[in-house]
Design a protein. Structure first.
Length: 455
């Protein structure tokens, strides 16, 4: 077995995409997700090491000495960070010319040819679900025989092997929390709407929804929700509880954990027996009866992608959601005491000044506890990117409407009299929440001030 380093490379300041983030962007509030996509193959390869540079505040000079200690390096990359990540790969190769270096992630999965052409320091990229691709590579299998691998052969020619079959038996994947315990520090990971410290992991891959903008189902995970067994999930949470007694919340980062409602309820009932607090991603269509089961067994928060308050735009992006259903779902959550972090996107197909106003009013009306507002990002490999290229939408010179509206959205949502009062009451009740909200506030207003000075 090759001595293997899994690396989420040092990146530019403020970028929180890469190895674990669902939103690959530089955002107004710094946050760090677990590098679960790297931790999974790291759990498969004996003796490997995972280094997550950004949360650990490691710079290139900190990770370069590792090059001489390993035979194989696997770097997670993304479209926004690719150029920076290539620079890291080149520095590692210069430090140890014998080191085999490859990349994984949605960027290289959809564009393996150009990714490898970007630098001779890249020996391979692993496409699709890359867990067992990397295991076979580290195990010394001939590169020509490894499904899902694109590589530079000995003569320098780029070769693409056949696609790797989708993983069906998700219980074949070992627990990522073993790698978290071995190589990470849970206190380094912070998300404003989750209790700190928290731990996140996947209980399944893939999403049934066909949202045109969503990166992972269209590039790596697919549109079938393939899941771990209930017992497998609960065994990992039980282990994680023993490893991390300081953790206050577990987050299930499946694209849509509530897609399989009977399974979600079954997992919830077992979590209730363990007495843990947990949260997950959800679609705004979960029936009240299911919400009650989840709430009664430790569910604290749902991360919900509303995206917009305009039904036509929801139809344009194939969200498969109705505004009236979302309203009823949100009302149920409020009545049941389930916290909601609502996410919205500005600039989706069909967006106008009027639809932006409609979405801002909708957000204020349904009143999720906290919100996140993103600008539409047409990542390569998504249908939205295909539309953007085909229609000539990638024109940064005409982005003022949505760029300015993002700030307006945040200000009008949070500066309502009732919202300010509820947040103050929350802060007074909990010193931990006070620290969290103050940190978010300082970072957000620094962002606004920076934008104001730069304009």
């Amino acid at each position: 077995m090759m001595k293997t380093l899994f690396l989420h490379p040092p990146s530019f300041d403020g970028f929180d995409g890469g190895a674990g983030s669902r939103y690959q962007a530089k955002r107004e509030i710094r946050s760090f997700w677990y590098p679960t996509w790297l931790a999974q193959p790291a759990a498969l390869v004996p003796g490997s090491k995972l280094v997550d540079a950004p949360p650990a505040r490691l710079r290139l000079d900190d990770v370069l000495p590792l090059a001489s200690d390993y035979e194989l390096a696997v770097l997670h990359t993304s479209t926004p960070s690719f150029a920076s990540d290539v620079g890291v790969a080149e520095a590692l190769k210069e430090a140890n010319p014998r080191l085999k270096i490859g990349m994984v992630g949605a960027k290289v999965a959809v564009d393996p040819e150009d990714s490898l052409r970007a630098s001779p320091s890249l020996d391979f990229v692993a496409r699709e679900e890359f867990d067992f691709t990397i295991l076979e590579l580290a195990g010394g299998r001939r590169w020509e025989a490894i499904d899902g691998l694109s590589f530079r052969n000995q003569s320098g020619a780029i070769t693409h092997n056949r696609d790797r079959a989708v993983l069906e038996d998700m219980d074949r994947l070992p627990f990522v929390t073993e790698v978290y315990k071995r190589n990470l520090r849970v206190e380094d990971y912070f998300i404003g709407y989750l209790k700190h410290p928290y731990v996140s992991l996947y209980t399944g891959r893939g999403c049934r929804s066909k949202c045109t903008f969503c990166l992972w189902p269209q590039t790596v995970g697919g549109h079938r929700y393939r899941v771990r067994s209930v017992g497998h999930v609960i065994d990992e949470i039980r282990l994680a509880k023993s490893y991390f007694p300081q953790v206050k919340e577990f987050f299930f980062d499946d694209d849509t954990f509530t897609d399989d409602r009977p399974r979600a309820e079954a997992i919830a009932r077992e979590l209730g027996k363990l007495g843990v607090t947990w949260s997950c991603n959800a679609k705004a269509n979960v029936p009240r009866a299911t919400l009650e089961v989840l709430r009664d067994n430790g569910l604290r928060l749902l991360l919900v992608g509303y995206e917009t308050g305009n039904q036509e735009i929801l139809n344009n992006i194939k969200k498969g959601m109705r505004i009236d259903i979302a309203r009823r779902f949100t009302k149920d959550c409020h009545e049941l005491g389930i916290t909601i972090h609502g996410t919205f996107i500005l600039g989706l197909p069909g967006e106008t000044k009027e639809t932006i106003e409609e979405t801002i009013r909708f957000a204020a009306e349904i009143n999720p506890h906290t919100i996140q507002v993103s600008l539409a990002a047409p990542y390569p490999g998504t249908y939205l990117h295909h539309q953007a290229v085909e229609n000539g939408w990638l024109d940064l010179g005409h982005a003022e409407l949505i760029d300015e509206s993002l700030e307006t959205f945040y200000k009008r949502f949070y500066f309502r009299r009732g919202k300010i009062a509820s947040l103050l009451a929350e802060m007074i009740k909990s010193p931990e929440m006070m620290r969290r909200r103050l940190r978010e506030g300082v970072e957000f207003f620094q962002f606004l001030r920076h934008r104001e000075l730069a304009s």
